[in-house]
Design a protein around this ligand. Structure first.
Ligand code: GNR
Ligand code: NI
Length: 176
């Protein structure tokens, strides 16, 4: 089982726009496997390839309570989104410890390839619909804090930079 490193906001690599997956092959299945392991280990409900510094259109999701409904979306496209929206609390594995409200469509229809390279249509609502929209944003280089006010975003950015600095200081060999 391979665990991947999750990029943390404000890492500029989170802003890269992902390219379509060229082939659903053994390499891609291995990457999806490692992404699931990383997502379950971090107790997340979704993970976009962008977050593990792979800039291809690949998402893994498990929004089930029982953590036994893995979903892989390759080259996903949202083909319909409900006009009706809802403001819901979101978090992100790339912005640990931060939660805030984001307005999303209540329901979406997404077309994507599965791990067999077959095109599938998924209808989603509730948490799954929120998660799909959140992950699609990552593939476009967008993080949920981009929807917040500049004031909030700058506070979050400063907090993340300080957190990283504190971790690096704790990890550094002690002077004696
Ligand atoms: O684990 C996650 N939980 C979550 C909660 C509310 C809205 C979106 C999410 S996605 C997030 C995992 C993640 O960062 N995926 O990119
Ligand atoms: Ni996220």
């Amino acid at each position: 089982m391979t665990l991947l490193t999750i990029l943390r906001y404000p890492d500029p690599r989170l802003q890269q726009v992902a390219k379509p997956v060229a082939a659903v092959d053994a390499r891609l299945r291995q990457l999806a496997d490692a992404m699931f392991a990383t997502m379950y280990e971090a107790a997340g409900i979704g993970l976009a390839a962008t977050q593990v510094n792979v800039h291809e259109r690949l998402i893994v999701i498990d929004a089930s309570e029982t953590r036994d409904q893995p979903l892989v979306l390759i080259n996903p496209e949202i083909v319909w989104a409900s006009a009706e929206t809802r403001l819901g609390e979101e978090g992100c594995l790339s912005v640990p410890g931060i939660y805030d409200g984001v307005e999303r469509s209540l329901a979406v229809r997404v077309e994507a390839l599965d791990l067999d390279g077959k095109r599938q249509t998924h209808e989603a609502e509730g948490m799954l619909a929120v998660c799909i929209q959140h992950e699609m944003d990552h593939l476009m280089g967008k993080v949920f804090v981009d929807y917040l006010s500049p004031l909030k975003r700058n506070r979050i950015k400063a907090k993340m930079v300080k957190q990283k600095k504190d971790e690096e200081r704790d990890a550094a060999p002690r002077q004696r």
